[in-house]
Design a protein around this ligand. Structure first.
Ligand SMILES: [Zn+2]
Length: 85
């Protein structure tokens, strides 16, 4: 079963600033994330109070919402090591 890890409740809410989303074919999403040092299908970073999110189309998980929640949680401060608390 392939799934996107759900963030813990304290990080699982909409980002309070602007969110810039890049929705890209899986290959391009991975390439863009690699540029930012993330070896993953999806990634995110914050800059100047904006949350930047890269989401993959055509990957193992078809829905964008789970990726969006996960990456937005990182913008909200969820550490990359994915603590569940
Ligand atoms: Zn993550």
């Amino acid at each position: 079963m392939i799934f996107v890890m759900e963030p813990p409740a304290q990080y699982n809410f909409p980002y309070k600033g602007p969110v810039i989303e890049h929705v890209l074919p899986l290959k391009d999403a991975r390439a863009m994330c690699r540029k930012y040092g993330a070896f993953a299908h999806a990634c995110s970073w914050t800059k100047d109070g904006k949350c930047y999110i890269v989401l993959p189309v055509g990957g193992p998980v078809k829905q964008l919402a789970p990726y969006r929640r996960h990456e937005m949680a990182h913008c909200n401060g969820w550490p990359a090591s994915h603590p569940q608390f």
